[in-house]
Each structure stands twice: as C-alpha cells, then as structure tokens.
Design a binder for this molecule. Structure first.
Ligand SMILES: Nc1ncnc2c1ncn2[C@@H]1O[C@H](COP(=O)(O)OP(=O)(O)OP(=O)(O)O)[C@@H](O)[C@H]1O
Length: 219
C-alpha cells in the first residue's frame, strides 16, 4: 500500500462554546483527489486550516509528507507550508499592487526558484495566458479565483488544499479549473483535499467524504 502523503488521526476541534468535530481520520495518498462535503458550518474550512497548521487542533495528529504538523512552531509551520502546500482560499488573498504574474510567482520567489516559464505555463493552464502583466483590480471575480489557483499550483506542492475553488465561477470555467486541479493531482502525483458544496466539483474527486460532528464518513 502507498504511504499516505497526508495522515490525520483523531482530530478534534472546537471554538469557544462551539464544538465542531472530533474523531476525524483521513489518509490521502500521493496522486489521490479527495473531496469533503458537509453541511454549512460543520467545520470544513476549519478542518482544512487545521491540516495546513493555520488553526490549532484540540486533539489528534496531522502528518504531511512524514512531518507532524501540529507540533511545529509557527515559523516551522510557515516554512513547511511554503515548501509542501498549495492553498486555495475562499477569499483569494491576491496582493493588489502586484501584477497577476507576480502574484502567481510568489511561492516560487519565496523558495528562491524564480521560473517565468512555469508561471506562464500555469497561467495558460487556468485560461489566463496573456493576462500576466495586468493588475488584479482589472480582473473579474472568476479570473481572480483562477489567479489564486495558479498560485497554489505553481510550485508543484505535494499537497493541495482547496476551499470551494469553483465557488465564483460559471459552469464552463469551473469545469476548466477542475480539469487543472485533476491534471495536477494525477499528472504530478500531488495529493488534493477539496472542500466544496458543488456536487459537480466533488464528482471529479477519487473519493467523496462527508464531514459531520463525529468524523469523516464515506458517502
Ligand atoms: N476563527 C474562528 N473563531 C471562532 N469561530 C470560528 C472561526 N472560524 C470559524 N468559526 C466558526 O466555526 C464554524 C465552522 O466554520 P467553517 O467555516 O469551518 O464551516 P464550513 O463547514 O466550512 O462552512 P461553509 O460550508 O458555510 O463554508 C462556524 O460557525 C464559524 O462561525
């Protein structure tokens, strides 16, 4: 059996006065695409943040690429994320004063691996070829979402975490974005955890799991 790229055991999380989930177990293999669905407010985005070390956990362990993420200090977590993770947030977090190409290049620049050819390649892949010199404010919401996706993929991360990446897109563009994610996962053997309310997007995953208060369940 392939060693999991991400392994979660007994994860539990509550906000003050608001228990979310407990007993969450998950294995994601390299080259595997997992979709997580579930009722609004159950804690899907929080779960992704826990995987990325962006939110603390109350119990359990998260191992990614053989490293126990929950025991790293903040600096170590930031370096770990930079190298191993690509994160597509619900809010795009695109930097307004940088060009589209510069925004997409950031993960490479942070690792001192500038690569204009790769930036052009991912912009092409998400249908934004030729828009690299533009400023984000001149793009539509759907185009900004694709900038965020290109930025999450540009450094070929081992694990892609995507929070509703097609939420702002029309069906045709959403399908194209899912094509890019699937190609990255299956072509580059990245692992991907996608959180979505879209049945169409979830259907592109290898496995669909439902998050409830008592864990992740096969659907
Ligand atoms: N930093 C935070 N501090 C306190 N409560 C929070 C925080 N982040 C999220 N929550 C609360 O935790 C609950 C779960 O939020 P989360 O966004 O993880 O759910 P979700 O399943 O992704 O929801 P949706 O499908 O609507 O996006 C919500 O009630 C939210 O208000």
């Amino acid at each position: 059996m392939t060693t999991p790229l991400a392994q979660v055991r007994g994860l539990a999380k509550a906000w003050p006065g608001q228990p979310l989930f407990s007993a969450v177990d998950l294995d994601v293999a390299p080259g595997e695409f997992v979709a997580i669905v579930g009722e609004s407010g159950v804690g899907k985005s929080t779960f992704l943040n826990c995987l990325a070390g962006l939110d603390t956990v109350d119990a359990g362990s998260v191992s990614i690429a053989g490293r126990e993420v929950t025991t790293l200090d903040e600096t170590q977590q930031a370096l770990f994320r930079r190298e191993h993770l690509g994160f597509v947030f619900q809010a795009f977090h695109v930097l307004p004063h940088l060009s589209v190409a510069h925004n997409v290049a950031l993960p490479l620049l942070l690792q001192h691996r500038a690569d204009d050819t790769r930036v052009a390649e991912v912009l092409d892949a998400v249908g934004l070829g030729g828009l690299g010199a533009r400023l984000p404010q001149t793009l539509s919401g759907g185009q900004l979402q694709r900038v965020a996706i290109a930025r999450a993929l540009v450094h070929r991360p081992a694990l892609i975490l995507a929070d509703e990446p097609t939420g702002n897109l029309d069906p045709a563009t959403a399908a194209k974005v899912m094509d890019v994610l699937v190609a990255q996962v299956h072509g580059e053997r990245a692992a991907c955890v996608l959180v979505t309310h879209s049945r169409t997007a979830a259907a592109r995953a290898d496995r669909v799991l439902t998050l409830t208060a008592t864990g992740l369940h096969e659907t």
